[in-house]
Design a protein around this ligand. Structure first.
Ligand code: GLP
Length: 260
């Protein structure tokens, strides 16, 4: 392709389009409000959208906003299909700290999402590899995901795709890294209780989503946010693979953006 002025402009635009779009908001609440607009817009356009949902402390305020919007009749989940990223292994789904319990408490019980349209990996299955195949098949049947919500672990994990020399493509069982187990221990009464394994969707499910919304709040995320935005693509920071996606927005509060 000859490099005339028009083509250079085109290339520049392609480069801009491929970057992680960064939005910085003053507070975690404003991050949640900004993020909730993505859901309002998507569900207004496509009521039966497939939503990829996340757990952890980061999305809690967003889920509260979505519940408020539902109560004000601004948003309707009746046809939405929801897939969670991950679940702990070897704890019952009714456990107070399971991601299944989290989703019901934070969102599902309070909005009109039909229970037949909510999917979370079953970490308490005896045959976990069969469960991974079942979850992959469900994602194939309903996917691709229209809007994938992500948080980020302090070590750069997304879902439970932990830093490693290789990353998994599809849904898989993960041995959690010590730092992740340590971070998660705040939710459990004793160290023995903290799950050491989880089921997570793979990087392919995340990267084939049509749109990605990555949220980061708090000063403890400032280092990884800086690393993510400045890093090349490396499996040591699984989130860095998100640079490959052409429609990703990172919304940070000022604390998470404080080292930029
Ligand atoms: C867990 C989840 C991730 C989440 C991460 C960050 O490990 N599997 O999906 O993004 O924690 O959690 P938090 O939002 O509590 O910092």
């Amino acid at each position: 392709m000859p490099l005339n002025h028009g083509n250079i402009l085109h290339l520049q635009k392609a480069k801009v389009d491929a970057m992680i779009k960064l939005e910085i908001e003053k507070s975690p609440l404003l991050v949640a409000k900004k993020a909730s607009l993505f859901y309002q817009e998507l569900l207004a356009q496509k009521p039966n959208a497939v939503l990829g949902l996340a757990t952890g402390s980061t999305p809690i305020l967003l889920y509260k906003e979505l519940v408020k919007l539902y109560e004000k009749k601004v948003i309707d989940f009746s046809q939405a299909i929801c897939f969670n990223l991950d679940e702990y292994c070897h704890i019952p789904k009714e456990h107070p700290q399971s991601y299944n319990t989290f989703m019901h408490e934070q969102l599902y019980h309070a909005v009109n999402i039909s229970s037949k349209n909510t999917f979370i990996p079953k970490g308490d299955e005896v045959d976990l590899s069969k469960e991974c195949k079942r979850y992959n098949a469900l994602l194939q049947e309903h996917g691709p995901i229209d809007l994938q919500l992500l948080g980020i672990g302090r070590n750069g994990h997304v879902g439970f795709n932990e830093p490693n020399t290789e990353l998994e493509i599809g849904t898989h069982v993960v041995k959690l890294k010590d730092e992740t187990i340590n971070d998660n221990s705040r939710f459990f009464d004793t160290d023995e209780e903290v799950p050491k394994y989880a089921i997570s969707v793979g990087m392919k499910t995340i990267l084939t989503s049509k749109k990605i919304l990555l949220l980061a709040v708090g000063k403890e995320k400032a280092t990884i946010v800086k690393e993510l935005l400045e890093s090349r693509i490396t499996t040591n920071i699984p989130a860095s693979l998100l640079h490959l996606h052409s429609d990703i927005t990172l919304i940070c509060d000022e604390a998470a953006a404080s080292l930029l």
